[in-house]
Design a protein around this ligand. Structure first.
Ligand code: GAR
Length: 194
């Protein structure tokens, strides 16, 4: 049977991308078919090379170009998209085309601490400044707004009084690494026409 292909969109250090690659290596039904980044200097470039995964850099104007993105995603037979630390807003045509087939991971308990500018350490700093005793992760479908699509899964970790943004980010990343691959697999396997 033909494998279902996932594209990962990532701009950051790529630790979630690395976990996704590990998780799906040798998977009988699912394959990472493409990695897209907003920068040619992103750490995911190396990951793509090392793991023989097609890679493409997409800037804002290419991302918003319907025919370019369609050709790219069709070329690699992409049926599901995971945003794993992707900084740009997804244009409406892609949201529509990948309805229920595009998810994002956010390093906090949405709807708190989401939206434009809430990325990476800024999120953890905001949680610490608020005095909240719990943080965690949110996996959600992607819509036209930053961090506002329907929540699929959340889980929490404690915010310790001694935590700074870096410490908290490590705790949260551990949760991301455990749950993002599991949920991606579950959602891809459950796609209606699978
Ligand atoms: C992750 O913590 C992810 O949740 C976050 O960027 C980080 C990327 O880490 N995403 C957002 O903040 C989206 N608003 P990684 O590059 O090591 O996977």
């Amino acid at each position: 049977m033909k494998k279902k292909k996932i594209a990962i969109f990532a701009s950051g250090t790529g630790s979630n991308t690395e976990q996704l690659i590990k998780h799906f290596k040798g998977h009988p039904h699912i394959q990472i078919g493409l990695i897209i980044s907003s920068s040619s200097k992103a750490a995911v470039v190396k990951l793509a090379e090392e793991n023989d995964i097609p890679f493409s850099v997409v800037n804002k104007s290419l991302l918003s170009n319907n025919s370019y993105m369609n050709s790219l995603l069709n070329l690699y037979d992409i049926e599901f998209i995971v945003l794993a630390g992707f900084i740009m807003l997804i244009p409406p045509f892609l949201v529509k085309q990948f309805d229920r087939r595009m998810i994002n991971i956010h390093p906090a308990l949405l709807p708190k601490y989401g939206g434009r500018g809430m990325f990476g350490l800024a999120v953890h700093q905001a949680v610490i400044s608020s005095g909240d005793q719990l943080s965690g992760i949110t996996i959600h479908y992607v819509n036209e707004m930053y961090d506002q699509g329907k929540t699929i899964f959340q889980t929490t970790c404690k915010v310790d009084r001694r935590d700074n943004a870096e410490k908290l980010s490590k705790k949260v990343l551990e949760l991301e690494h455990k749950y993002l691959p599991e949920w991606t697999e579950k959602l891809v396997m459950e796609m209606r026409y699978f």
